[in-house]
Design a protein around this ligand. Structure first.
Ligand code: GLN
Length: 200
């Protein structure tokens, strides 16, 4: 398996370390040609969504990434990555890739004092450590979006088909539940693709 980690700005190295610990190969996506490599999944890391969004356009990677996601490439967006995927940002008129039917609030916990840790449920996992850094949260989701975590009444993790998002940074903790969940998502997608091939 080979995961492409968008490496334009932000916490991409930490995702690669986490994948390495799970014995999964990853490559850094820094330019358009990197997107035509053999990839099984994409990670859009945390950082500054405005900067990453602008670089995606400047480097002409925006449409290729959007096409990959719309063609069911599994993608995991953490924090700024979640902002890039959201169809609506309630406190901004900016839209980025806008592939996921979620409405989010950027810097939802305040700009300066918005960093904290929590331990909460993520899907079927009971006690997942979560690090929030000037994080967004999800204000509302469409009916085809599965809510995976709620912290203090706010949705902080969700999935829609091939797209997974978290407000928090699982790559900054010792826990592997969220990355494992993403790897399982990729395996499920691949099995469905193989099954479709057999049924054709
Ligand atoms: N506040 C950042 C943004 O709006 C996201 C912070 C993060 O990724 N940790 O892009």
């Amino acid at each position: 398996m080979n995961i492409g980690v968008l490496a334009l700005q932000g916490a991409f190295v930490e995702h690669r370390h986490k994948l390495e610990a799970l014995n999964v190969n990853s490559i850094e996506l820094r330019q358009k040609s990197d997107l035509s490599k053999q990839l099984d999944g994409l990670i859009l890391p945390g950082g500054e969504s405005t900067a990453i969004g602008k670089l995606l356009v400047d480097l002409d990677m925006f449409n290729s990434i959007k096409d990959l996601i719309q063609n069911t490439m599994p993608v995991f967006g953490t924090c700024a990555g979640m902002i890039l995927l959201a169809k609506n940002i309630e406190n901004s008129s900016v839209k980025h890739l806008a592939t996921m039917d979620i409405s989010i609030i950027r810097n939802a916990y305040g700009r300066q004092l918005g960093s904290f840790n929590a331990i909460s449920k993520f899907g079927d996992f009971d006690e997942v450590p979560m690090t929030f850094i000037r994080a967004p949260y999800i204000e509302s989701v469409a009916s085809n979006v599965k809510i995976l975590s709620v912290v203090e009444g706010n949705i902080v993790a969700a999935r829609q088909n091939n797209q997974l998002v978290t407000s928090f940074h699982p790559e900054l903790t010792d826990d592997i539940a969220v990355h494992n969940y993403f790897l399982n998502m990729i395996e499920d997608t691949q099995q469905v693709t193989v099954a479709r091939g057999i049924l054709k």
